[in-house]
Design a protein around this ligand. Structure first.
Ligand SMILES: [Fe+2]
Length: 379
């Protein structure tokens, strides 16, 4: 919940000119609603009714612009680790590709990892046992866990590295079993026998430890994942997006906070999942215009029809930094008029501190993305 500044009274507002009585419902004809809101649309808010779509710029000069990247074209690193495309000191976002059993064991001391399985399936071997994974899984690997992926296919993972511990959101009025029942969380199972596979070509077991982005290699005469038993509350775990039940309202476009899946220090991860669209007359079906104020916004498109981002396909990322507007493409709003559902699956990362694109990101950037709203208008 947002903290209100002490020097301003709360619980009231002002209204001037043409407005909608209920936000996101019955926007006055010919006007474009923007939500100008603090704290990720969860804090103090005003609605502005523009005479033009605020994304109708002629051009942008400078660094702050909406961006899009074909991130799944990135190769990843050889040891199953990601090639990062956006990062700051709280989180690093990257793509990892794994096509077979990892040749080495890995341990990440820089942060917890959330791996979203965009493509692939297999077994994640860890100190805590084996976790079978499949497409659409979120895998949460606590900082310092030793692991190795045994991929059965060509894997593509969206890797979200968090400097702070991965936690679940407070479900508030939705109750403890909303979005997903905690009993659906999967944890690893210890194999019946000790493993002896996983040697490198020299006949040794090779463990790569990442600390402060630098790798240290440790060599063992035995498989370093050699746990005979464990107990406690810290463990890798998994949940699939098809087990997460989105929250919707027929009459009102709910803020993105209702889609929050993980909460970390200075960033959140949200899941946009197949769901019925708003059905009552006048209710907006596509996201309102906004200039993010407190969070940089990253969306990874996993599958489905991304009607609010025409031209973006599965495996793409959009990056909307704070300060500059975005919202539905004009065609997207029209396309949504007769839709009753969305089948999209997308992962959103909202970061409180600025994210910076890496050199790798610029190699897969759609340079024309910032002008795509204007292109729509001309059609
Ligand atoms: Fe947004």
């Amino acid at each position: 919940m947002s903290k209100q500044p002490k020097n301003l009274p709360t619980g009231f507002g002002w209204s001037q000119g043409k407005v909608a009585a209920q936000a996101h419902v019955g926007v006055p004809e010919g006007l474009f609603e923007e939500e100008h809101a603090r704290n990720g649309f969860f804090g103090r808010t005003s609605h502005l009714y523009h005479r033009h779509p605020p994304t109708g710029w002629l051009r942008i000069e400078g660094e702050t612009r909406p961006r899009a990247y074909a991130v799944t074209k990135l190769d990843g690193e050889d040891n199953g680790q990601p090639k990062n495309f956006l990062e700051n000191s709280d989180c690093r976002l990257g793509i990892s590709k794994i096509s077979e059993t990892m040749k080495v064991f890995a341990r990440n001391i820089d942060g917890d990892e959330i791996r979203f399985i965009h493509e692939g399936s297999g077994i994640l071997q860890t100190d805590y046992g084996d976790l079978v994974y499949r497409k659409g899984d979120y895998l949460v690997i606590p900082r310092g866990t030793t692991y190795r992926f045994l991929s059965q296919t060509q894997d593509t993972h969206l890797v979200i590295e968090s400097a702070s511990e991965v936690e679940l959101p407070d479900r508030g009025m939705l109750g403890r079993h909303a979005q997903f029942d905690p009993m659906l969380i999967r944890v690893p199972e210890l194999p019946a026998e000790a493993r002896t596979d996983g040697k490198n070509s020299a006949g040794e077991y090779e463990l790569h430890i990442k600390r402060d982005r630098k790798w240290t290699k440790v060599f063992y005469p035995f498989n370093p994942i050699d746990i005979a038993g464990w107990k406690g509350e810290l463990t890798p775990w998994a949940i699939n997006v098809d087990q997460i039940k989105p929250v919707t309202s027929p009459g009102y476009h709910l803020p993105p906070s209702v889609h929050t899946t993980f909460v970390m220090k200075n960033f959140v991860v949200c899941s946009f999942l197949p769901r019925p669209l708003e059905s009552e007359p006048g209710a907006m079906k596509v996201p309102f215009y906004h200039r993010n104020i407190d969070f940089d916004e990253v969306l990874f498109y996993h599958s489905g029809n991304f009607f609010s981002r025409e031209g973006i396909s599965a495996g793409s990322v959009t990056f909307h930094p704070t300060g500059i507007h975005h919202g539905p493409h004009p065609n997207a709003a029209k396309n949504a008029e007769n839709l009753t559902r969305t089948e999209e699956v997308a992962v959103m990362i909202d970061a409180r501190n600025p994210l910076y694109p890496t050199t790798a990101a610029s190699s897969v950037e759609f340079k024309e993305y910032a002008m795509s709203w204007r292109l729509d208008q001309k059609r």
